[in-house]
Design a protein around this ligand. Structure first.
Ligand code: FAD
Ligand code: SF4
Length: 501
């Protein structure tokens, strides 16, 4: 039996990850973080103490069996590690790259009390990438139920809901307004953080489960939610339309030429491939001195895209301090390394005209931190008499988003006062058979939370449809029925399991 690991016996330093050098990567869109190879992953796996109380599992919004998958990496059973993660997380290659681990699993890792925490996200990505390269995703035998489910929106919430319901035997169609599926993963997060091939692979896995995608389909315009149930023959509907409607600051000058939202900028650069000019001729306004207002992940992505598109200097304007910046720590660090200039405790109050309808500068005011507000963060308050002009020729707002409004405007669904869909604990909306989850319910949140909501709603839909056993595919892996592993069996009848791949 292997000796019990202790904080003194494990490798003391976190295994570094290889990255493209900052000066080189600031000019291209290929991935910054190159991920662990096998030697690095097995070394980092040696740092896990396999804590009996598993704080990291409690820190994960979908309760991945983290010590379980790390133990399998230690044993070099990578396929087993993938199966362990896949019981709760559909998208390890995505979540390993974009989850804010520092405030989730890694933030509560026991090793982190004395040393740097175990690099759980990097290990998850290592396993997720191997699974994509080896085509390991399970395609269990599925006994069809004849139920048809329509999913509106193809982001992580819709993808997770679609996967679970397809595995439960439903005929699942995902309707997506844009011309490619993936939601924010596709149109928001740039390739240098999450390459398009990773999303393509996850979508392909869904297609192998029998999920069909209908893109260029704006539900609420072509047909309504009510029509999906009453006329198009769907037995249930899941709405995962996200919160992609940009917020502007509402200050003088915010309709000048050269002012735009980060979502528009990112959609043009990523989804519409403006970054590949002239191969793709999508226009994208780009100044030489770009000011991006906000300090969340969206702001970091927008700034780093502008830099790669050729802006001379990109500035981050944020009214609080670095400690309150909502972006992942790694993104702020990468942005700093690449030469983004940060202006903390600075708030724009007006955008100034150059006389020809374009941006000349912003008028800003210095801020200081006061008492904590409802979010628990210290409230920024203006310093009297501290106004100054900040020269720039483009302003990008990355200060948050609102619910995508079309579904709310075209259906009888009950909304809350901010325009998000109201749901109960099962994520059922006010219309029978219609469920919702992800950002359209919670407001802008995270990929893993949206995915978790998609799975919760799938379980609710299965109960609504009278499908008994939605959790069966995710039961204890050692569980078996007549010798057939639980995750291979279908909920309707027990048949010989047939797996492909
Ligand atoms: P979305 O991903 O928004 O998907 C909704 C989909 O529904 C979209 O494709 C939309 O086109 C479609 N849709 C909308 N209306 C209709 C309609 N009427 N008919 C048909 N389709 C419709 N989270 C992290 O965890 N880590 C990160 O690093 C991170 N970075 C981010 C960077 C950016 C730029 C942004 C914008 C967000 C980021 N997030 C990050 C947040 C995360 O991406 C979201 O919380 C998550 O994608 C929400 O998933 P969702 O499925 O609810 O919605
Ligand atoms: Fe391993 Fe950290 Fe989880 Fe403990 S808390 S089991 S050390 S990853």
């Amino acid at each position: 039996m292997a000796a019990k690991r202790t904080i003194r016996s494990i490798p003391q330093d976190r295994t570094p990850v290889r990255e493209q050098p900052p000066a080189e990567r600031a000019t291209n869109f290929t991935e910054v973080n190159l991920g662990y190879d096998e030697t690095e992953a097995t070394r980092e796996a040696l740092r896990c103490l396999f804590c009996a109380d598993q704080p990291c599992v409690r820190g994960c919004p979908v309760s991945i069996d983290i010590p379980g998958f790390i133990r399998k990496i230690s044993d070099q059973d990578y396929h087993g590690a993938y199966d362990t993660i896949a019981r709760t997380n559909l998208l390890p290659a995505v979540c390993g790259r974009v989850c804010p681990q520092e405030s989730q699993c890694e933030g509560v890792c026991t090793v982190g009390e004395s040393l740097e925490p175990v690099a759980i996200g990097r290990l998850e990505r290592f396993v997720g990438d191997l699974a994509i390269a080896g085509d390991w995703a399970r395609r269990p035998y599925i006994a069809p139920t004849a139920y048809r489910v329509g999913i509106v929106g193809s982001g992580p919430a819709g993808m997770a809901c679609a996967a679970d319901l397809a595995k439960a035997g439903c005929q699942v169609t995902v309707f997506e307004a844009l011309h490619l599926p993936g939601g924010v993963l596709r149109y928001g997060i740039p390739d240098f953080r999450l390459p398009g091939e990773v999303i393509d692979a996850e979508i392909a896995n869904l297609e192998k489960l029998g999920v069909s995608f209908e893109c260029n389909t704006v539900v609420g315009r072509l047909f309504t939610i009510e029509q999906m149930i009453d006329e198009l023959g769907f037995d249930a509907v899941f709405i995962g339309t996200g919160a992609g409607y940009p917020t502007m600051l509402g200050i003088p000058g915010d309709s000048l030429g050269g002012v735009l939202s980060a979502n528009e900028l990112l959609t043009r650069a990523n989804l519409m491939q403006a970054r590949d000019f002239p191969a793709h001729d999508t226009p994208i306004p780009l100044g030489r001195q770009v000011a991006v207002v906000g300090a969340g992940n969206t702001a970091m992505d927008a700034m780093r895209v502008c830099l790669r598109l050729g802006a001379e200097q990109v500035h981050c304007i944020y009214r609080r301090s670095r400690a309150e910046a909502p972006a992942r720590v790694e993104e702020v660090h990468h942005a700093e390394q690449e030469g983004i200039e940060f202006h903390w405790l600075t708030n724009p109050v007006a955008i100034l005209d150059d006389g020809a309808g374009a941006v000349r500068a912003m008028r800003c005011v210095r801020m200081e931190l006061g008492e904590p507000d409802d979010s628990g963060r210290r409230r920024p308050v203006p310093v009297p008499g501290s106004e100054f002009e900040f020269p720039c020729d483009q302003v990008v707002f990355a200060i948050g988003t609102n619910a995508n409004p079309i579904i709310g405007q075209t259906s009888r669904l009950t909304l809350n006062r901010w325009g998000y869909l109201e749901v109960d604990a099962d994520l059922a909306t006010s219309i029978a058979g219609v469920y919702a989850g992800g950002d359209i319910v919670t407001g802008a949140a995270t990929v893993i939370e949206a995915m978790g909501a998609g799975r919760t709603a799938a379980a609710g839909i299965a109960r609504y449809l009278g499908i008994r056993d939605i959790f069966r595919p995710y039961a204890d892996p050692d569980d078996s029925v007549f010798g057939i592993a639980a995750h291979e069996s279908s909920f309707v009848r027990v048949r010989e399991a047939v797996t492909a791949g």
